[in-house]
Every structure is written in C-alpha cells, then in structure tokens.
Design a protein around this ligand. Structure first.
Ligand SMILES: Cc1ncc(COP(=O)(O)O)c(C=O)c1O
Length: 376
C-alpha cells in the first residue's frame, strides 16, 4: 500500500493508552467535588467520601456481600503484593503467566518470597491450558493480560470446592467482563484502567476464604505497615469501610467517584460492558478490513476487549515507535505502541471510557501512518 491519504477526521478524544486510560466522556477536573480536600481523611467528610466510593464500586461491580472491598496504597501492584505477602506461604503456589505483569507475580513468588511456585506459562497472545492447574495450591493469575491482549475466557476452570485460594490481578478486567465472584478469593485493580481514574491507590477485594487465611495464618517474613491487614489476629475491618491504612489522595478518590457516578448513569456494569464490547467490535472490523493488521490474541474466546494488541505486518520495534510517534504528532492517537516487553505491535485500549466513534475514526489514521512509513 503506497496511497498516503491524509484522513479528514481525527478522533475527538485520541486517548487510547492502556493505563492510565482515557477519562470518562465529559470529564473535567472542575467537575470534581472538592469539599473533602484540605481536610483530614479521617474527618467525617473524608471517611464518608471513601465509604461512598466503596459503596459505588460494590454497586457497579455487582460485588456480593460475601466479599469485602477496600482502598489500599500502591495502585494495583500494591494491592496484589499486599495479598501475596500477607496470604502466601500457607500451602503450595501456582503462578500463571502469559505476559509481563503475570511474569512480575512469578518473580515476586519465586525470587522475593522464595516460594518455589509451579509456573504455568503461555506465549504472548495465548493463555495456557487452564485444566492443568492444581487447585490444592494457591493460584495466581492475571485475568486480562494488558501487555498481550489475552485473557481468561471466564472462571469456569476454577472449581467451587478448591482447597487453595485464587488471586486474580483483575485490573484490566473488572468493569469489562462478568466475574463469578464465588470463584475469586482475592482480586485487585486500580482506578486508572477501565474507570479512567487515577493511579496511586489499589482496590483489594477479599472473599471469605481469604479473610479466613488472613486470620489464621501468619507469614514467616516481616510485613511493612502498608501491608498490614490484620490486628491482634483479626482482619482490620476499617480498611473496608474507608479507614485507609495511611493517607489517601482524596483528589484521586473524588476522581474515582466521578467515574463511578458516570458508570452508574450508564446503567452500571452492563453499560460499561456494552461500551467496551462496541469498541472492541469496531476495532475488530478495522483489523478484518486490513491484510497488514492482525490480532496478537488469535483465539476470540481469550482475546481482550479492553487492551487489544495488534500485529503489524513486517513491523519491528523501531517501526512501531515511528508509527506511534507519527500518530501522536498529528494528535490522532496517543500511546498506541505495544508494551516494551511484548512482541512489536500496536495496543489500543477499548475500555468503556473510550468512545466507539473514536475507535472508528482511527482506521484511516492507521492506514495513513502505515503508508507514510512504507513509502518513506
Ligand atoms: C495486568 C496488570 N497488572 C498490574 C499492573 C500494574 O498496575 P499499577 O501501575 O496500577 O500498579 C498493570 C498496569 O498496567 C496491569 O496491566
């Protein structure tokens, strides 16, 4: 293809980053409530806003009362490592990895906690044979691999009568897929993904079996204060009522409340999923119409609807860098290069905060960047 046609129309909001992701449509910082700022987060106003954000998350996620939900430090990484450090070591561990974030949890389990985990891997774009997993062990997995665009299809592979606990890094998955919470003992995420919120804080979800583990097992290693979820043998329940371990950013909390109220206005989970599904379908159409574009995750059942990763015929890392650079310079698309450790390609966020019309407008720009570089 050598036809370098400059497209007529740009995406209105060219924000396609896979994290932090696009803000919700209509977002403006001046629309945030600010009464809780400049006050103690333990004052009535601060605590009520933290509790309100927790209540909204529960409602929009359709999280059952069996599961607690709390705000913790350190974004998704902080939440997931808090869970690993406080609960692992009681029994064997299996870590599943099919991209770089899952690999990060393997490194934590093997090299930092020295747990000698069973590691089950798959290449970028694929998901391993989930029937191999031994559920007498604790099982760690990334629901949606943000850097490969591959995800678990559902939670059917997790038995109801498992002995170990399941730990899901669900940061690119919550608010986008149906999650059978009865199969999840621990889940974590950050507001910066599907909600288009801010980083900094993580969200920790604990099922009853995780709470039981916390209250009956003490790890062999020391725990820093920011990881401590238990006091005198009992779960620190305050964490799940807005009494955060240390000082949160109330601005980030207000920002998350904005996104959650937007989500609620769309009809909650179903509304968010409908937007993400429409975005992924619009991108699929773009891919199907171009012989030089493909999906890194070939199997549709395990292909992401949030962090969609694309292959570009003949592209290496340098080509992708130039490709993404051209689009950024034109203001047509920001942050669409694949993750640095992933095979060279594009990654386009299709989560709910992105507008489908903007995905549709992207097609001609991808053609333009490809043709421009090919003809150079
Ligand atoms: C699957 C996954 N896990 C963990 C992280 C780390 O998230 P955070 O920077 O919010 O800690 C990311 C960020 O992109 C991610 O995609």
């Amino acid at each position: 293809m050598t036809d370098v046609t400059y497209p007529a129309r740009k995406p209105a909001r060219p924000f396609f980053s896979s994290g932090p992701c696009a803000k919700p449509p209509g977002y403006a910082p001046e629309k945030l409530a600010t009464e809780s700022l400049g006050r103690s987060h333990r004052a009535k106003i601060g605590k009520s806003r933290l509790q309100y954000s927790i209540d909204l998350m529960r409602e929009v996620l359709q999280l059952p009362e069996t599961h607690r939900i709390g705000i913790v430090p350190g974004s998704d990484t902080g939440a997931f490592e808090m869970a690993m450090w406080t609960m692992l070591g009681a029994r064997g561990v299996t870590t599943l990895a099919w991209e770089s974030f899952g690999e990060g949890w393997v490194t934590d389990a093997a090299k930092q906690l020295k747990l000698d985990p069973t590691v089950i891997r798959a290449d970028y774009g694929q998901v391993p044979d989930l029937s191999q997993v031994d559920f007498t062990t604790d099982v760690l997995f990334t629901w949606n691999g943000t850097t490969s665009g591959a995800r678990v299809p559902n939670a059917d592979w997790i038995p109801a009568d498992r002995e170990g606990l399941t730990f899901a890094d669900a940061t690119s998955a919550v608010f986008a897929y149906d999650i059978d919470w009865s199969k999840i003992d621990v889940a974590t995420f950050s507001w910066q993904k599907v909600l288009g919120g801010e980083g900094g804080h993580g969200v920790l979800i604990l099922g009853p079996r995780a709470v039981e583990r916390l209250e009956t097992y003490t790890p062999a290693w020391p725990l820093p204060k920011v990881f401590r979820l238990v006091s005198k043998g009992k779960l620190a329940e305050g964490v799940f009522k807005g009494e955060t371990i240390n000082t949160p950013s109330m601005l980030a909390v207000e920002d998350a409340i904005f996104a959650l109220e937007w989500a609620k206005g769309l009809g909650g989970l179903a509304g968010l999923q409908a937007r993400s599904n429409a975005n992924a379908a619009a991108l699929d159409k773009i891919v199907a119409e171009r012989s030089w574009l493909g999906h890194l995750a070939e199997d549709e059942a395990t292909r992401s609807k949030t962090s969609v990763c694309l292959t570009v015929e003949g592209a290496d890392a340098d080509f992708i860098k130039q490709f993404a650079g051209l689009l950024e310079k034109e203001g047509a698309a920001y942050d669409v290069a694949g993750y640095r450790d992933a095979p060279a390609g594009l990654r386009i966020w299709c989560g709910a905060t992105v507008d489908t019309a903007d995905i549709e407008a992207l097609g001609p720009w991808l053609d333009w960047a490809y043709a421009t570089l090919k003809s150079a």
